[in-house]
Ligand binder design. Structure first.
Ligand SMILES: *Cc1c(COP(=O)(O)O)cnc(C)c1O
Length: 366
């Protein structure tokens, strides 16, 4: 008897290419799309090592933990790095980027995270892209947490290197990822003597041996199960409609925010402005004296399937993440999360309005 996962025919180059084409359609891009055979950190690191070197001056925007990592890679490549940081409860503005570029005319690379699931903010990429384009720098974007939850449009926004992963709002697998690469970005990598070649991190290998060869022969055996899962996930998004998927995420964020405001008990949206809050996940600040990781642990005792997590590292004390993405971008997941958090706060003697929260979330979902 054949096993559904194990006894599969090899994934053909044509099928692989067709999945790449589907990703390109999802992003509305005419740029080359490479599906990278690893979690999103693979193309995130590969793109920086390919494009940056000792001659690079990078403006690295830090709005959460990933920006910090990108700065470390850029420095490791020998680039001169100018960090622009904003507090995690806000987003960066295009004006701030314009000022930074004016102060540092030699910047030829800008790295930015679109939405940060880890901090719950989202940055105005369309406006920032226009500023970066005007300056002429290469624009690198981590759209892992935004794709599927809000528009990601590399061509319209002038993004040269746009990385996505399927494990958040796309509701897909984590083991493969994708990057769109502009002609300018390919040229930058080709001119970079330090760009990885004959390496797992090399995007140029895929350009030269896969794309330029007419996508007829794969470089190595693909992550077949993950590729099939990605294909299934793209099919599911196409069937529901990308707009409908994004609308579900926006509604989940609205409902969570409204519900928390009505709940009380000292719990507050972590990102101050609703316009700067990411549709992929809503972060919350716990009241003084309530350790976020403990509150989450209590809520998860009532239902381990709830999409709740404490913030990473030092944020575990004060931040709760409601990861209402993918299959959890539903009214049920939001309502259950609010109810469980409310009950855990009530247990500690805090004054919460559970019914008010339920109604506010219901109304905000629309
Ligand atoms: C989730 C995420 C990634 C991928 O990281 P994992 O922790 O492996 O899921 C990359 N960038 C951003 C901004 C993310 O939110």
């Amino acid at each position: 008897m054949t096993h559904p996962f194990l006894d599969l025919p090899p994934l053909s180059a044509a099928r692989f290419a067709s999945i790449e084409d589907r990703v390109a359609r999802l992003l509305g891009t005419r740029q080359d799309v490479v599906i990278t055979q690893g979690e999103a950190l693979l193309p995130l690191e590969g793109a920086i090592r390919g494009a940056a070197g000792p001659g690079t001056t990078a403006l690295n925007v830090i709005t959460g933990p990933y920006g910090q990592t990108f700065g470390d890679w850029l420095r490791d490549c020998g680039a001169t790095v100018i960090d622009v940081s904003v507090p995690f409860h806000t987003a960066v503005t295009a004006e701030r980027i314009r000022e930074a570029l004016a102060a540092h005319p030699s910047v030829d690379f800008v790295s930015l995270v679109h939405a940060e699931a880890a901090t719950g903010n989202t940055n105005p990429v369309a406006e920032i892209g226009a500023v970066v384009r005007e300056h002429g720098a290469l624009f690198y974007l981590d759209a892992v947490a935004s794709v599927g939850a809000e528009p990601v449009l590399p061509d319209a926004w002038g993004v040269d290197l746009c990385v996505i992963g399927a494990q958040k709002a796309m509701g897909g697998p984590a083991g493969v990822s994708a990057i769109s690469v502009s002609e300018r970005a390919w040229a930058r990598m080709a001119a970079n003597p330090r760009a990885p070649r004959r390496s797992y991190l090399s995007l140029l290998d895929w350009k030269e041996r896969w794309i330029d060869g007419g996508r007829r022969a794969l470089l190595h055996a693909p992550a077949q199960l993950e590729m099939l899962a990605l294909e299934a996930c793209l099919e599911r998004i196409e069937a529901e409609g990308l707009d409908a998927v994004m609308a579900r995420h926006a509604a989940a964020a609205r409902a969570t925010r409204a519900g928390v405001l009505a709940l009380g008990g000292g719990l507050e949206p972590y990102v101050h402005e609703a316009t700067e809050a990411a549709p992929v996940a809503t972060t919350l600040r716990t009241p003084d004296g309530v350790v976020a990781s403990e509150l989450v642990a209590r809520a998860l005792e009532s239902d381990p399937a709830l999409p709740l997590a404490a913030g990473g590292g030092a944020l575990a004390k004060e931040m709760i993440r409601v990861n209402h993405y993918g299959p959890d971008a539903t009214p049920g997941a939001v309502q259950s999360s609010l109810a469980a958090l409310g009950a855990a706060l009530a247990e500690r003697g805090l004054d919460v309005d559970l019914l008010g929260a339920r109604r506010a979330a219901e109304r905000a979902w629309g």
